[in-house]
Design a protein around this ligand. Structure first.
Ligand SMILES: NC(=O)c1ccc[n+]([C@@H]2O[C@H](COP(=O)([O-])OP(=O)(O)OC[C@H]3O[C@@H](n4cnc5c(N)ncnc54)[C@H](OP(=O)(O)O)[C@@H]3O)[C@@H](O)[C@H]2O)c1
Length: 370
C-alpha cells in the first residue's frame, strides 16, 4: 500500500532535503518499495512577503511539482490562512501522514486536531508541540505510536526516543537519563577544553552558522531542557517544564541584549570565568560539558540541565565537538553499565533520513521486497 504524505515546512532546510531525498532514493518507486511514498501535498511560508502557500493533488504530486515547490521555483500554489484550510482540502483522504518540519511554536492545536479528529498520522521533527505543552497534551498526542512519530525531536532521530518508548512499554522505566543534546554547547565546551577563549568560541560558532540566529537561544539551555522533558515523558514520567532546574551557560542578565553584535561583545566578560572553570576541572582530570540529567532513583524524577564537571575519560567527557550522546540506566543495566548512543544531533541529511525512517514506522502493513 502507498504511504501518502503531506509535508509542512517543505521549503525549509530539512523540508527541502527531505523532498530531494525521497526522489533521489526512490522512496516513491513501487519497484523499490512494497509501500512507496506518495507526496500528496506541501505547505510552507515563503517569499519576502511571507506568503502561506500550499499545493495538493488527489493523485499525488509529480517529482517536478514537488521539487519546484520546495525550491520555491513555482507560483502555482494556493494561499492558506490557517492549516485548517489545508486540512479541509485533504478531507477526502484516509491515512495521510503529515510531516511537520516547521519550527512553528503554535502548531500544537493542529497536531491535536489531526490525532483527535482524523485518522491521519504525524511525523514531527518540530519539538514544540510535545515540549511546550503540558503532560496531558503530550500523552494524548503520543499515545498511539503508529500515528505519532517524534523520534527526530531529539538527537535528530537517533535511537533516544524510540528506545525510551520501548523501555517504558516493557515496564523498565529509566532511572537515570543523562546526555549532551546540544551541538552548539558541545562545540563550545570542546573548544573551552582546548583553551580557546569563550568569547572567541561563541563568535566563531555564530559566524560558522552553528548557533541559532541569536546565540542566546542556545546558551540559555532551554532547547536542551525541552529535549530532556520529551525524553523523561517518553520514559513514562508525568513531568512539566516547571519541574526542571535550568542553569543557563551564562547569567540571565546577558540574554536581555537583543542586538546580536552587542551580545557577542558582552561574552568577553565571561572569558576569565570559563578559563578558571576549565582550569579547576582539569586539575581533577575533569572537563566541562553541558549536561541534561534526570534522576528517578528515588521516585519523582529530578530534572536538571547545566554545566557540569565530568571525568575526561567518561562517556560524556570523551564526547567531541557537536556530537550528541544519551546514556540511560534502568534495571536491565546494572553494575555501572548503561544503554548509550552517540550520534550527530543535527544535520540536514541525517535529520531528513530519520524523518523518512520515522515514516516507515507509521506504515500499518510494512513489508520488505522479497
Ligand atoms: N536543521 C536540523 O538539523 C534539525 C534537526 C532536528 C530537528 N530539526 C527541527 O526541524 C524543524 C525544521 O528545521 P529547519 O532547520 O528546516 O527550519 P527552517 O529552515 O526554518 O524551515 C522551516 C520552514 O517551515 C516554514 N513554516 C513555519 N511555520 C509553518 C507553518 N505553520 N506551516 C507551514 N510551514 C511553516 C518556515 O517558513 P518561515 O521561514 O517563513 O517561517 C520554513 O520555510 C525545526 O522544528 C527544527 O527544530 C532541525
Amino acid at each position: 500500500m502507498t504511504q501518502d504524505i503531506f509535508i509542512l515546512g517543505a521549503t525549509g532546510n530539512v523540508g527541502k532535503t527531505l523532498v530531494s531525498q525521497i526522489f533521489e532514493h526512490g522512496d516513491n518507486n513501487p519497484d523499490k518499495h512494497v509501500n512507496p511514498t506518495r507526496i500528496m501535498g506541501m505547505a510552507s511560508i515563503f517569499g519576502p512577503d511571507m506568503t502561506k502557500g500550499y499545493i495538493f493533488s488527489p493523485e499525488g504530486l509529480s517529482k517536478e511539482q514537488s521539487l519546484a515547490f520546495s525550491n520555491q521555483e513555482t507560483s502555482e500554489y494556493k494561499v492558506f490562512e490557517t492549516l485548517d484550510d489545508v486540512l479541509n482540502e485533504v478531507k477526502a483522504l484516509n491515512n495521510l501522514v503529515f510531516v511537520d518540519v516547521t519550527p512553528d511554536k503554535k502548531i500544537t492545536d493542529f497536531h491535536k486536531k489531526i490525532i483527535e479528529e482524523t485518522n491521519h498520522g504525524i511525523v514531527t521533527a518540530n519539538k514544540n508541540p510535545i515540549s511546550l505543552s503540558d503532560y496531558n497534551t503530550f500523552r494524548s498526542l503520543t499515545v498511539d505510536p503508529t500515528r505519532y512519530g517524534y523520534r527526530c525531536s531529539v538527537m535528530a532521530g537517533a535511537e533516544a526516543v524510540s528506545f525510551l518508548q520501548d523501555l517504558n512499554d516493557v515496564n523498565d522505566k529509566p532511572q537515570i537519563i543523562q546526555g549532551c543534546f546540544s551541538g552548539t554547547l558541545g562545540y563550545i565546551t570542546s573548544e573551552l577544553e582546548k583553551g580557546v577563549k569563550f568569547s572567541d568560541i561563541v563568535k566563531k560558532a555564530k559566524a560558522e552558522g552553528y548557533t541559532e540566529p541569536h546565540p542566546r537561544d542556545d546558551l540559555n539551555g532551554l532547547d536542551v531542557a525541552r529535549k530532556l522533558l520529551i525524553l523523561a515523558r517518553t520514559g513514562g514520567y508525568e513531568v512539566e517544564m516547571d519541574d526542571m532546574e535550568i542553569n543557563p551557560l551564562m547569567p540571565e542578565k546577558y540574554f536581555a541584549e537583543d542586538d546580536i553584535p552587542k551580545f557577542l561583545e558582552s561574552t568577553s566578560e565571561m572569558d576569565d570565568y570559563f578559563a578558571q572553570k576549565v582550569k579547576e576541572a582539569d586539575a581533577k582530570g575533569n572537563t566541562l560539558r553541558y549536561v541534561a540529567y534526570m534522576d528517578a532513583t528515588s521516585g519523582k524524577p529530578k530534572l536538571t540541565v547545566g554545566l557540569k564537571e565530568v571525568p575526561k575519560n567518561s562517556a560524556l567527557g570523551s564526547l567531541k565537538g557537536t556530537s550528541n550522546k544519551i546514556e540511560v540506566i534502568s534495571r536491565a543495566y546494572p553494575d555501572g553499565s548503561s544503554y548509550s548512543v552517540e550520534a550527530p544531533g543535527a544535520g540536514l541529511e541525517v535529520t531528513a533520513q530519520n524523518v523518512r525512517r520515522d515514516l516507515l514506522y507509521r506504515l500499518k502493513d510494512r513489508k520488505f521486497l522479497s
